[in-house]
Design a protein around this ligand. Structure first.
Ligand SMILES: *[C@@H]1O[C@H](CO)[C@@H](O)[C@H](O)[C@H]1NC(C)=O
Ligand SMILES: *[C@@H]1O[C@H](CO)[C@@H](O)[C@H](O)[C@H]1NC(C)=O
Ligand SMILES: *[C@@H]1O[C@H](CO)[C@@H](O)[C@H](O)[C@H]1NC(C)=O
Ligand SMILES: *[C@@H]1O[C@H](CO)[C@@H](O)[C@H](O)[C@H]1NC(C)=O
Ligand SMILES: *[C@@H]1O[C@H](CO)[C@@H](O)[C@H](O)[C@H]1NC(C)=O
Length: 202
């Protein structure tokens, strides 16, 4: 009886870990590909590499969520002139969810693109060959980057090293949800299950 309980518990713990890790790993592949591709492009222009910005990545995720159900057309994606504030009335709420506001994001730039199945080479060339996007990638004022994908959509946000575009809240309120929150969640659940297991033993 007890060993059955133990086995059930261990397999549910394992399942939780696996379910949490799979989608994160798949998304991170697409995002890492693009991150590395963009930095190679920067290197070819003799520019410094962009560093990852967690809050920008968080906002990119919220925007990708908003875009995900729009189909790719020849007027979406790299053909869209960025202007999220007008496109999404809930933009201030999305900022807030990532511990950001208009003051610390003003000078950053948001670049969405829609590429069926997110074919990596097409995603990269949508950024490096689009006139506006490639100009932004070739701009020394940008030092940070946040990338997120959802379905066929990818959102790239470039940040500056100034307070107006740094995507950095002034306070220590900096815990925007990042991939690590998923793992933290798994750990919490793990200890919760562990706790109930010992409770059950008693
Ligand atoms: C980058 O720097 C190298 C060496 O300084 C130079 O040969 C090359 O022309 C530069 N490329 C660009 C795109 O500025
Ligand atoms: C987009 O596609 C439509 C029809 O498929 C075409 O009429 C239109 O000219 C295209 N627009 C651009 C910007 O390519
Ligand atoms: C950008 O992505 C579209 C698919 O949405 C693709 O048809 C197009 O060739 C890509 N453009 C470039 C320059 O890679
Ligand atoms: C990048 O920017 C520099 C300086 O503004 C410019 O001379 C160069 O032609 C640009 N290169 C590309 C590929 O856009
Ligand atoms: C944005 O947040 C900063 C602190 O992170 C604060 O100083 C600033 O007043 C806020 N701006 C707006 C418009 O809320």
């Amino acid at each position: 009886m007890e060993s059955l309980q133990l086995r059930l518990l261990l397999s549910s713990v394992l399942l939780v870990f696996v379910l949490n890790a799979i989608p994160a790993a798949r998304c991170n592949d697409e995002e890492d590909n693009l991150f590395q591709g963009i930095n190679k492009y920067r290197a070819s222009l003799n520019l410094t590499a962009l560093t990852k910005n967690d809050n920008a990545e968080c906002l990119a995720g919220k925007l990708a969520d908003q875009f995900q159900d729009q189909p790719c057309t020849n007027t979406t994606g790299a053909n869209t002139i960025p202007g999220m504030e007008n496109q999404f009335p809930n933009f201030p709420t999305l900022l807030e969810k990532c511990h950001l506001n208009v003051t610390n994001t003003r000078d950053g730039i948001i670049m969405p693109a829609c590429v069926p199945n997110l074919v990596p080479s097409l995603v990269l060339s949508n950024y490096t060959q689009n006139v506006i996007y490639s100009e932004n990638l070739n701009d020394t004022k940008y030092t940070g980057i946040g990338i997120n994908t959802e379905k066929d959509w990818v959102v790239v946000i470039l940040t500056t090293s100034t307070p107006e575009g740094g995507y950095t809240p002034a306070s220590s309120d900096n815990a925007a949800s990042s991939p690590s929150s998923r793992i933290t969640f798994s750990f919490h659940l793990f200890f919760l299950l562990l706790g109930s297991f010992f409770y059950a033993l008693n």
